[in-house]
Write a protein that binds this ligand. Sequence first.
Ligand code: AMP
Ligand code: ZN
Length: 468
Amino acid sequence: MRLYNSMTRTKEEFVPIEPGKVKMYSCGPTVYNYFHIGNARPFIMFDILRRYFEYRGYEVNFVQNFTDIDDKVINKANDEGVTYDVIADRYIKEYFVDAQGLGIHKATVHPRATETMDAIIDIVKKLVENGYAYESQGDVYFRTKKFKEYGKLSHQPLDELQAGARISVGELKEDPMDFAVWKAAKPGEPSWTSPWGEGRPGWHIECSAMANKYLGETIDIHSGGKDLIFPHHENEIAQSECANGCEFAHYWLHNGFLTIDNEKMSKSKGNFFMVRDAAKVYGYETIRMFMLSAHYRSPLNYSEDSLMMAKASLERLYTAAENLLFLLDHQSGDIMTAEEAAKMESFGKYRQKFIDAMDDDLNTADALAAIFELVREINTAVKDPNCTKAFVQAAYDEMMELCGVVGLVDHLEKKTIDSEVEELIAQRAAAKKAKNFAEADRIRDYLLNEKGIIIKDTRQGTQWSYKE
Ligand code: AMP
Ligand code: ZN
């Protein structure tokens, strides 16, 4: 598998540190609000990467943190007159509601900054001991210029970075480039006891500490949105590599921006849609489908049209799967014909296309195209009224396997026709036969309006499905 590494700016063959295992860290949300569609992009895309590794037989140790203490969390708590943990607990719970809706699997661990305080303090101590950080009036700063490789991820030379660096009021830094790894407590703010007095961690240090605690000193993959390259990931590298004396991450993966009117969607600009509001209109799974429609590094523009297109595409997959389930109940024949077996084998080319696309830096757009080509062929093949149940089953399994890797068609329940619906469909057929079309239509409307069931007459009989 080849992955685009932001560090080398090339696609590289993925070689894990330990054969068959992947250690992956992804920066998670700051929990002071629901998350928006832009935030959903890395959560969905790196969930797909993780699932794909699992599909290819890797054991994945995946860590995604919750930043549960920072200025935004504290401000929100002050606004509501509650403590910071009330806010953090609430939005962590809400994160899982939306994540589950979007089909994002839980990470192996979801550490919180405030629960990783010992590891954070340990790494700051190490940096102070080896001279890469210094205490200044209860704050602790990283000595940026001492780390000669600083800027290697964002490909910016130190002197250029230096030109943009400023010292804020109240910061007593040796150099404008230095950044806080520990902040002295301000009155009324939550704080933790440390060798430098009461305080709280800087933002970047939590990720260095968590990756180290849960995955070790060197990890395979570190990921996040591309806005995190600088300064967040650059600073994580500086802290981790200076504390541990070894490379922090072998592959750096960054997703492109989710835009709206071609501008980055962000909370600070106010041009955002919360995932749950969009989900009410389009459905959670439509949002996932929409994300898959573009390569994760490309910009992706959010618009009603593109969401409607994603919804229609998803419906095509559901319709195909439901049709196959219907046929499973109605066709017979436990052994495929030779012709069907050959057809099934030829479908292998779509699976190969899917794998080739995913292997090429997670090209989900092409992988989706392969699924749709497969589905189109399956739809045609099962139009044959004599097709065997065995063939339908194999086609269904093939389609669902690929959809499962990317987390689509996740809400399909095998629809067993209950006796009432069966009875009504039979009555309608009898009414039609007797040319009593008014009665046939009445039954159809009753099923639609009272039961939420749509019926469709096909050559193989009357099919029914639940209205969305
Ligand atoms: P935050 O909660 O702001 O720390 O962001 C969580 C994740 O969402 C990070 O990986 C960000 O890089 C990512 N992110 C934020 N806005 C966008 C956007 N408009 N498009 C893509 N990713 C984003
Ligand atoms: Zn991070």
